[in-house]
Design a protein around this ligand. Structure first.
Ligand SMILES: Nc1ncnc2c1ncn2[C@@H]1O[C@H](COP(=O)(O)OP(=O)(O)OP(=O)(O)O)[C@@H](O)[C@H]1O
Length: 983
């Protein structure tokens, strides 16, 4: 059986070894004692041969530990240090092992054979093994030198070196070969054991040894591989077998051998394929077959190449590793990128979804907000509507509106100690300190303006009220508060006036001009102003330019329709006119300094705006009048720390303000008597407080802590004012009703005159000079009405008059003018409010006095061209008493009228008409006029009990609740009227 050569011509096994393995595996007789012993003998002889050769080579002394005929153990121990092996090899091939460690204690072995320096021994063995591996000798494992190791391999290696040495000694002719029975070392068992030992395999192969003539003789030690030893082995296996079993056994054996052989060849082939580069070393190994010099040279160059190869291989591997790593990283990155892309895609989809959802939500939110905004605007509209309705209700009730304004801290003041707690649209809370600690007092008004409220905001809130002057309403705005709380600021503005800081006065007039201009196609308005001051209970004209300081009277019944008829009345048509007038007014105003405010005004100032508007279509005339009052400081006297003149001023101020308080209190309690005449101020404001005017009190407070006392009392007063109901405001106009009534009056007058004439004739005929008697008999009542005696028929409802009529004014003798002072002293009841229709009176005056000049609401109407002419001629001209008188036609009658009281009241006249004609009735007229019924009036009894009450005719009632300036009948007029009527 021939061994199969590999590609490069080498085999790592022999047929004999294969057979041996197969026989051993099958155990077919190898357990035979003879065979074992033979094999043992063979191994021993080989061991002895190796030991002897080693002893010869290194000397007995060098190989002192190696017996001539060692046991396996002995051989192992002897060679274990690796020194003998290294020395032998260096002897055979000098320098093969460059470093041999020879410990001085080399020879000292411990009882169990363990070396003293195992590491050194191991190094020697390793170096030896590397060297023989490089040289192509059969190798063994380092562990083969240890206990239990395979000593036969060691012997094999030594004998191979011996064989090489002998070949070398013999001159190195031909190719050295070794026929030792070795097995290829297991791959990867040791890093320093060569993986392939093909040269030796080749040398073992029979085919490769064809050219080796010496082989049989030299391979005598390798008996197992020889045909004879193989046959011996076969014979030994077959010896105990029956002859009939031999063919089968041989067949089985052969098939096993073939199978094993094929397996090994396949393995070998795969091994070679797996390590192609090792062919180089194979070639190198084959170089053993070359002559030694040449082979050494080749070996050296081969080593260098191999080293280069090795380096480049390492580099290649490094490169490959790096490339692999890079590729791995690249792949990983690609995977990551793909993953990221996926994530991105998912995220983008998510984002788009979210975006869509967000947009949907956003649009639905927008719709929601839109809805809310709509609702909010609706809510604001409703609020505004509510406010208007509330104001309308207030108007209908005639409540005095109360606004509150808080002054900001002035420059230099610390805002730390503000008394203002909380502030809402209509509520203000004041922090007060009491014995029980701090508390918050809340006050509610129609409107509350904080310190940051601008002049414009303040004005815009009261603008509708102001505008109603043009619609024929009487308006009164008065600023109330302690010194320095900002009254003048609100009404006029600061000292350094700018357009932005202009106060209500300027803005109101400016607005009226604007509105008048807007309405010029339908209305023609004439506007004139008065400006007065009440200082120390004296009324002064602030618009005088000649420096005169004439004392003026307040006449609630002036025929001119003016409360202070003697005060200059200046027509204005532009804001510039107003500014000029204000300058004059402020210059004339009594202003002095006190401890509290160096610009403290110790007087009440009042700007009165008179408006007359004519409807260009219907001819109806509207009259409105507006008082803009800046009151003096309301603080207590002691606070001002004043004496002398200043004290007197303060007392006057306080008195007038407390009179104002009394009036308010009376009105709030709906007292029949309202003490208007206790002060000039209340007299001036009488019609605004008690008439059908729209009244606004603008209460001012300071935020400082030391003013808290005044602040609280101011707000309390304002709260009381807010409860006052004045009754619905009325428009001062001439309507068709009035015209109709005028006609009725004319008819009635004619009837009355006729009846009186008849009655006189009858009396004269029946009883000469008996008219007085007749009066008494028939129970006719003489009615004193501002010194005019009028008759009332028997059918007069005396009781009704007695009960419902207000008290009399003092009786004046016929022809005697009733003086203002008399009224003052007569009784304050003179001014009690009686809601009556005074238009009858007006008509009477129209006809009797001015023969066609219109009057309204009891106010003597000036001829139309009066204002027109004066306004046109000179806007800065100040109207004087005289200018009015021109149009009154008669100075005497004017005097009478001026001096007249309002005693000649509508109820009286109506009563007369009713009694004389029976148609229309009083109630008819009243209902036709659609005016509120009068307030209850005091009974005669109560009147009699009241102080200063002078008994007076029942019919002589004071119409105190008509708009101020209501034209009153003078005695002379009434006399004249009566006479005219009679005739
Ligand atoms: N709302 C405000 N904003 C800014 N400054 C104000 C305001 N109100 C008042 N002032 C300032 O406060 C000071 C006092 O104001 P003002 O003279 O108007 O008070 P007053 O109540 O009219 O005092 P008096 O009773 O002495 O007339 C002034 O310097 C004024 O400019």
């Amino acid at each position: 059986m021939a061994a199969t050569a590999t590609e490069d011509g080498g085999l790592s096994f022999t047929v004999a070894s294969v057979m041996e393995d197969v026989l051993q595996q099958h155990g077919n007789g190898l357990r035979d004692h003879d065979l074992v012993s033979r094999r043992a003998e063979e191994a021993a002889s080989r061991r002895y041969e190796a030991a002897n050769w080693l002893r010869r080579m290194v000397g007995v002394v060098g190989a002192k530990d190696l017996p001539a005929e060692p046991t396996e153990e002995g051989l192992r121990l002897g060679l274990r240090s690796g020194i003998i092996l290294c020395k032998v090899l260096n002897k055979v091939q000098p320098g093969a092992v460059s470093k041999v460690v020879e410990s001085p204690c080399d020879a000292i072995l411990v009882a169990d054979g363990a070396p003293l320096s195992a590491f050194q021994y191991f190094e020697n063995v390793r170096n030896f093994l590397v060297a023989i591996q490089e040289m192509g000798f059969p190798t063994f494992e380092a562990s083969d030198l240890e206990q239990g190791g395979n000593a036969s391999r060691v012997v094999n290696c030594v004998l191979a070196i011996k064989s090489y040495d002998e070949w070398k000694q013999s001159g190195g002719i031909g190719v050295w070969k070794f026929g030792g029975n070795i097995k290829p070392p297991a791959l990867g068992k040791s890093s320093f054991v060569r993986k392939n030992s093909e040269p030796f395999m080749n040398s073992l192969s029979r085919t490769s040894s064809i050219n080796n003539e010496k082989a049989p003789s030299e391979n005598d030690s390798n008996k197992l591989s020889s045909p004879s030893s193989l046959s011996t082995l076969v014979r030994a296996v077959l010896s105990d077998k029956k002859p009939e079993d031999v063919p089968k056994l041989i067949e089985s054996l052969l098939s096993k051998v073939v199978e094993e052989f094929e397996n090994r060849v396949t393995n070998q082939y795969e091994l070679v394929r797996a390590a192609p580069r090792e062919s180089t070393s194979s070639q190198n190994n084959r170089s053993f077959l070359k002559p030694l010099g040449e082979r050494e040279r080749e070996e050296k160059s081969f080593k260098a190449i191999k080293k280069d190869d090795h380096n480049s291989q390492i580099l290649d591997e490094k490169m490959k590793t790096r490339q692999f790593k890079q590729l791995t990283i690249f792949n990983q990155q690609q995977e990551d990128i793909e993953g990221l892309r996926q994530t991105l895609y998912t995220t983008r989809a998510g984002m788009q979804f979210m975006q869509k959802k967000f947009q949907e939500e956003f649009s639905s939110l927008g719709m929601h907000v839109h809805g809310l905004a709509h609702a909010a605007s609706g809510y604001h509209r409703v609020l505004e509507e509510n406010r208007k309705l509330y104001n309308q209700v207030q108007d209908l009730k005639g409540s005095i509106r109360v606004y509150c304004r808080v002054r900001p801290f002035l420059p230099g003041q610390s805002s730390f100690s503000s008394t203002i707690g909380n502030m809402e649209d209509d509520t203000i809370g004041i922090n007060t300190a009491s014995r029980h600690g701090k508390s918050l007092k809340s006050f509610t008004f129609n409107k509350v303006f904080g310190p940051s409220a601008t002049q414009e905001e303040v004005f815009s809130d009261m603008q509708p009220l102001i505008r109603s002057v043009l619609d024929g309403y009487n308006v009164c705005i008065f600023a109330y508060g302690q010194t320095g709380s900002g009254k003048t600021f609100t009404m006029s503005g600061p000292r350094d006036l700018t357009e932005k800081s202009q106060g209500v006065n300027y803005r109101a007039l400016g607005d009226l001009f604007l509105l008048a201009e807007q309405r010029k196609d339908t209305f023609r308005y004439d506007i004139a102003v008065q400006m007065i001051e009440i200082y120390n209970e004296q009324v002064r004209d602030l618009l005088v330019t000649d420096g005169s300081n004439k004392r003026l009277e307040i006449r609630n019944s002036s025929q001119k329709g003016l409360s202070v008829p003697d005060a200059s009345l200046v027509p204005v048509s532009s804001t510039f006119d107003v500014i000029d007038l204000m300058k004059t007014g402020h210059k004339n105003r009594a202003v002095g300094s006190t401890a509290l405010n160096d610009r403290s005004s110790r007087s009440h100032s009042c700007l009165t705006v008179h408006v007359q508007g004519r409807d260009l279509t219907s001819g109806a005339v509207l009259r409105g009048c507006m008082h803009l009052v800046d009151l003096a400081g309301s603080e207590r006297v002691d606070k001002s720390e004043v004496t002398g003149d200043r004290l007197k001023e303060a007392q006057h101020i306080n008195r007038s303000l407390s009179a104002l308080g009394d009036v308010i209190a009376s009105l709030a309690h709906k007292n029949p008597h309202v003490p208007y005449r206790n002060s000039k101020l209340t007299q001036l404001l009488q019609d605004s407080l008690g008439g059908q005017a729209k009244t606004l009190m603008f209460v001012h407070i300071s935020p400082e802590a030391d003013a808290v006392g005044e602040t609280i009392s101011t707000l309390k007063f304002a709260e009381r004012v807010a409860t006052v109901e004045l009754g619905a405001a009325r428009v001062n106009n001439d309507t068709s009703d009035v015209k109709e009534l005028k006609e009725q009056i004319a008819t009635l007058k004619a009837a009355l005159a006729r009846k009186e004439a008849e009655s006189q004739q009858n009396n004269i005929l029946k009883t000469p000079g008996g008219s007085e008697k007749h009066k008494a008999k028939t129970g006719e009542v003489e009615i004193h009405n501002n010194n005019i005696m009028t008759k009332k028929s028997e059918s007069c409802e005396v009781e009704e008059i007695t009960v419902n009529s207000p008290p009399w004014p003092p009786v004046a003798s016929p022809g005697q003018a009733y003086r203002e002072d008399d009224r003052s002293f007569g009784s304050s009841e003179w001014v009690d409010k009686v809601m009556v229709n005074n238009r009858q009176d007006e008509m009477r005056r129209v006809e009797s006095l001015w023969g066609g000049a219109t009057t309204e609401n009891g106010i003597g109407i000036l001829p139309e061209d009066f204002y027109r002419r004066d306004l046109a001629s000179d806007t800065s001209r100040i109207f004087s008493e005289h200018s009015y008188n021109i149009f009154m036609g008669n100075n005497n009658s004017t005097d009478d009228l001026d001096a007249a009281t309002s005693d000649s009241s509508e109820p009286d006249l109506l009563w007369q008409f009713n009694q004389s004609t029976k148609i229309p009735t009083r109630s008819n007229i009243e209902s036709k006029l659609k005016k509120p019924v009068s307030k209850p009036i005091r009974s005669p009894q109560s009147r009699n009990n009241s102080n200063n009450t002078v008994s007076r005719p029942l019919a002589s009632q004071k119409v105190g609740n008509g708009p101020r300036g209501m034209k009153q009948f003078g005695p002379a007029d009434m006399k004249r009227k009566a006479t005219n009527a009679r005739h």
